[in-house]
Design a binder for this molecule. Structure first.
Ligand code: ADP
Length: 495
């Protein structure tokens, strides 16, 4: 105890390494998580910092980023110079570091392919380089983290590099945000990673099929592994969802945890949201949404009619998201008298199909696909929609349905992964099981049948959905426990 009577507990030092962080750079939910979890950790007295690449997109953004006047070398084949820049996560004191290197990190977009599940060797080299740069960054930093928290394949090499570089002080946590994209590197990359010994058992075993799986490297080398919902943590132990890694994950089951993602209610709050036309809250309920709905109907050239149910979809256009059954069911959905708006970008095949649908249905005034990434429009769609569709084949957590609930748009979701953990059928949304256009149509019919601003049951559901609490406070505590567990495991190993 100190003189003040308060015990002065040493703050746990955590460094979170990832490929995206909102609001600086965002492709999907990973960015939301990396941009909001640290703010909740800061509130529970964790000394947390974030590190991502200094992409061109960040350099030309409106965010104030300063040089730290610090440079270090990374040996990746040739020695490359890396510069360090710094900013704070908006609304907090959390430092975020940006690592700059023209050759690997700071040219081109975030990912090199529009299809999230196809990673070119160029992209894989980028993140292998980033992983090495993160470890060198720790080496040259005065502040050595107790825990390094890595996220998805982009940082999958970090735990192994930390172990082999004798950075004995850092434990590692590896979080799987989406197992379907693993990052398969050609073996020639090993030459550039000289501090990971090619003789290591795990590398030899992984390399037997002539590639290095960077997700597998993270899963096997980290002190503990987590994923973003309890249900997905169970599902990935099965061949159906394990993406070829279920046995490896099963072998690490005692160290595998599922922690549900939260959202940042400072950003996602219809009462304060500056990106929407008419602010509203629980008090106004569905009536508060009507102005936003009419505004969006006008903006997108839909028939202006607040009496028809408006269904929103905001998604990466990837096979995972169930766009195939959605397109199959599309005409049926519109036949219920509903309107459907899709905002998405991604797989060029799906983009093309959506453009065709836009043409085919142009006259009807009930369908519109907008093919781009547009943060502001996404907010307007959440605020305007009565229902929100997420028919995912699999879903590690999903944030869209959580955001939709806060905006009083009832989610229609398939019973899988985090969707199962967050939406309660007939209470806060609508849930269907079978992955088929028929099952989707059935549930949309049920939901559209319930719609009606004056319908008491519908109003009650909206009120429950808007009050459902998926803030980070709860999950941040679980991450703190996870970090402590990682330290215990690491200490056991080095004892
Ligand atoms: P995933 O991480 O698989 O993409 P999530 O549901 O976890 O899916 O998170 C998606 C996030 O990305 C949400 O914040 C959603 O609003 C946002 N988003 C997805 N597509 C777009 C888009 N085209 N424009 C704007 N925001 C988008």
């Amino acid at each position: 105890m100190g003189k003040s009577g308060k015990s002065k507990k040493k703050k746990l030092k955590v460094l979170i390494a990832a490929s995206e962080c909102a609001p600086f750079v965002k492709v999907g939910g990973l960015a939301d998580v990396v941009g909001s979890l640290p703010k909740a950790l800061e509130k529970i007295n964790v000394d947390v910092r974030v590190v991502i690449p200094y992409y061109k997109e960040v350099q030309s953004s409106k965010f104030k980023v300063q040089s730290c006047n610090s440079k270090f070398k990374v040996k990746f084949g040739r020695a490359e110079e890396v510069g360090v820049y710094e900013s704070r996560l908006p609304g907090s004191e959390v430092p975020i570091y940006f690592l700059e290197n023209q050759k690997y990190l700071s040219g081109g977009g975030v990912y090199f392919s529009k299809d999230a599940f196809v990673s070119s060797q160029e992209e894989i080299r980028r993140f292998a380089f980033f992983s090495k740069a993160v470890v060198e960054f720790i080496k040259v930093s005065e502040r050595k983290p107790d825990v390094v928290h890595c996220n998805d394949w982009h940082t999958g090499l970090v735990p192994g590099l930390i172990k082999s570089s004798k950075l004995g002080h850092s434990a590692t946590v590896f979080t799987i945000h989406n197992l379907a994209n693993q990052g398969f590197a050609e073996l020639s990359i090993l030459k550039n990673l000289n501090s990971i010994t090619p003789e290591s058992e795990l590398i030899r075993w992984d390399a037997e099929d002539d590639n290095l799986d960077l997700m597998l490297q993270g899963v096997t080398a980290a002190d503990v592994v987590s994923t973003v919902s309890p249900s997905y943590a169970k599902e990935i132990l099965t061949p159906e969802f394990g993406e070829g890694l279920h046995q490896v994950l099963k072998a690490r089951e005692a160290r595998l945890f599922g922690i549900l993602n939260g959202i940042d209610y400072q950003i996602w709050n219809p009462e304060m949201d500056q990106k929407i036309e008419f602010n509203y809250g629980l008090k106004e309920g569905p009536a508060g949404k009507v102005g936003n709905k009419i505004y969006l109907q006008k903006e997108l050239g839909l028939t202006v009619n607040p009496e028809v149910p408006l269904i929103g979809v905001v998604t990466r256009l990837a096979e995972q998201k169930g766009i195939d059954i959605l397109l199959e069911a599309l005409k049926g959905i519109l036949a219920f008298g509903a309107q459907l708006v899709i905002l998405g970008v991604g797989d060029p095949k799906i983009e093309k199909e959506l453009r065709i649908k836009n043409e085919e249905l142009r006259e009807k005034g009930s369908f519109k696909a907008i093919i781009r990434f547009d943060e502001e429009l996404a907010h307007r769609i959440y605020a305007a929609s009565d229902l929100f569709l997420m028919p995912s084949k699999f879903e590690p957590c999903g944030l869209v349905q959580i955001i939709a609930m806060r905006y009083g748009a009832l989610p229609i979701v398939r019973e899988t992964g985090g969707l199962k953990d967050t939406v309660e059928d007939a209470k806060t949304g609508f849930v269907f099981r079978e992955y088929s256009a028929e099952a989707l149509l059935e549930v949309v019919e049920r939901a559209a049948g319930r719609f009606g601003v004056e319908n008491i049951e519908f109003r009650q559901m909206i009120s429950r959905a808007m009050q459902a609490d998926f803030s980070w406070e709860r999950s941040a505590g679980e991450y703190l426990q996870l970090y402590q567990r990682a330290l215990e495991y690491k200490n056991l190993q080095s004892a």
